[in-house]
Ligand binder design. Structure first.
Ligand code: SAM
Length: 448
């Protein structure tokens, strides 16, 4: 791979940069694979793993397994994520927010690495709004959120500017900005071929625009976590410097173990591939100065409000544990969402474009409630639901949405599981099981 000379030149003088080591790190054929385990779903993973030292749930896996043919991957037991990105955990834990009820926003969230990570760190009374502006990518984000099985989350599809409708609202904002992507050259050589300095400048302008809106939505005293997977100072130190100068942002220092190899630079931290077991990453934690500003009081227009589902569907308790939860009806869909977050839901639904809320319970079809895939994967699934344990081969066939050649004695809705991890629904009618694994999620490849 040919590294762009103008990029290499622009990195000279940055703390921790060494041109020859940096270039050598880009010639290595060793690829680093890491996953983050979902603490809500404990299963025995069959991989050889070494901890990612700055996390409680991150692990390097070697050799790289075939995730496509791993039922644990599809059931949401873990998320495949680049290790440097997991440094969000240090920044978050060091704010002390994990023990408080807060409102968090992940503004550029697809495909969902940092959102699922945040969901594992937030308390259950905290809210996460996971947003992605690009429609196709917002669907991917929703699917990954569903696999993670948290309830305290709303997925939105909005342009960052629309978050200005919620001034001073969020205690924490993750802004993992769209960038020129040089930090991922090792993973994708085509990014290196397409890299130009004008693209870096274009990204920097876009980052400023997004930050301007994010800053308005951040509560005084709140924290903005800014990150990119670019090496370019124009997208990193320069952007943070601009935010400090123009908006009075206050840089937050983060304690990092020196053995991890992360380097402090101007108003941020850098992961260099020749120093860290991970890809290129820049991050910075910034506090908005306290002021007397308060949250705007909104006139609440109720589009959807809690309904009494038990009166309409008495056997619902056989499907889901509704403790501390409200059931919301939106069109023909039923969603489950924590009672304590109802006020936020009322605010969000009138200000933003939500595409998913809490956990989808099911859909009414011809007066029948069809259980949703999200419910099968949810940790709130009732133990009363009949489970059918599949072996590995049957699980893969199920995930390919094939017919399972098994004789069933159970009747009605049954959850297929692999080694105790729910994979999705089957509907058994006179001994024949209809496979309800979502079409859009099915494994398209035949097993190797
Ligand atoms: N945070 C994600 C994760 O950890 O999985 C990765 C986010 S990626 C670096 C940046 C995201 O910003 C992409 O999903 C991209 O679609 C989105 N994006 C692109 N243009 C944008 C814009 N103008 N405003 C906001 N987000 C944008």
């Amino acid at each position: 791979m040919q590294l762009p000379a103008s990029l290499l030149d622009s990195l000279e003088g940055l703390p921790g940069y060494d041109r020859s080591l940096f270039e050598a790190a880009h010639t290595t054929t060793e690829s680093i694979t890491s996953i983050r385990i979902n603490p809500a779903k404990s299963v025995p993973l069959p991989y050889i793993m070494e901890s990612v030292p700055w996390t409680t749930t991150g692990h390097y896996v070697s050799p790289r397994p075939s995730f496509t043919f791993d039922p644990f991957f599809h059931g949401g037991a873990y998320y495949v994520q680049e290790a440097s990105s997991m440094l969000l955990e240090q920044a978050f834990l060091q704010t002390g927010f994990s023990n408080q009820a807060i409102r968090a926003l992940d503004l550029c969230a697809a495909p969902g690495g940092k959102s699922t990570h945040l969901l594992s760190l937030l308390g259950s009374n905290s809210l996460l709004v996971a947003n992605e502006v690009i429609r196709t990518r917002s669907g991917l984000l929703r699917d990954n959120i569903i696999k993670w099985a948290a309830n305290n989350v709303v997925v939105t599809q909005n342009d960052p500017i629309q978050f200005e409708r919620l001034p001073d609202y969020f205690d924490w904002i993750t802004l993992d900005a769209p960038c020129s992507g040089s930090g991922l050259f090792r993973k994708d050589h085509t990014v290196a071929e397409a890299w130009t300095l004008s693209q870096v400048n274009h990204c920097a302008l876009r980052q400023q625009r997004i930050l301007h809106s994010a800053w308005k939505a951040l509560k005084p005293g709140g924290i903005l976590f800014y990150s990119t997977c670019s090496f370019s100072p124009e997208e990193n130190e320069d952007i943070v410097g601009w935010l400090i100068k123009e908006y009075g942002a206050i840089f937050q220092s983060i304690q990092l173990d020196p053995s991890w190899g992360i380097v402090e630079s101007t108003n941020g931290y850098r992961c260099w591939p020749h120093r860290v077991k991970g890809e290129g990453f820049f991050f910075s934690s910034l506090r908005k100065p306290d002021s007397t500003a308060t949250i705007n009081q909104y006139v609440r227009v109720t589009k959807s409000k809690p309904i009494n589902i038990s009166s309409r569907y008495p056997s619902i308790a056989d499907w889901i544990n509704l403790d501390e939860m409200d059931v919301m009806e939106i069109g023909d869909e039923l969603m489950v969402f924590p009672k304590v977050l109802q006020t936020d839901w009322l605010t969000i639904q009138q200000s933003l474009h939500p595409i998913y809320l809490g956990t989808l319970l099911g859909r009414w079809m011809h007066n029948k409630l069809i259980p949703a895939h999200a419910l099968a994967l949810s940790t709130r699934l009732s133990p009363e639901v009949t489970q059918l344990s599949l072996d590995y081969r049957q699980s893969i066939a199920y995930l390919q949405r094939k017919d399972l050649n098994i004789t069933f004695t159970a009747k009605g809705w049954v959850v297929a599981n692999y080694q105790g991890l729910s994979l999705g629904w089957l509907n058994v009618l006179s001994g024949r099981a209809n496979n309800y694994y979502p079409k859009g999620l099915r494994i398209l490849k035949e097993h190797l």
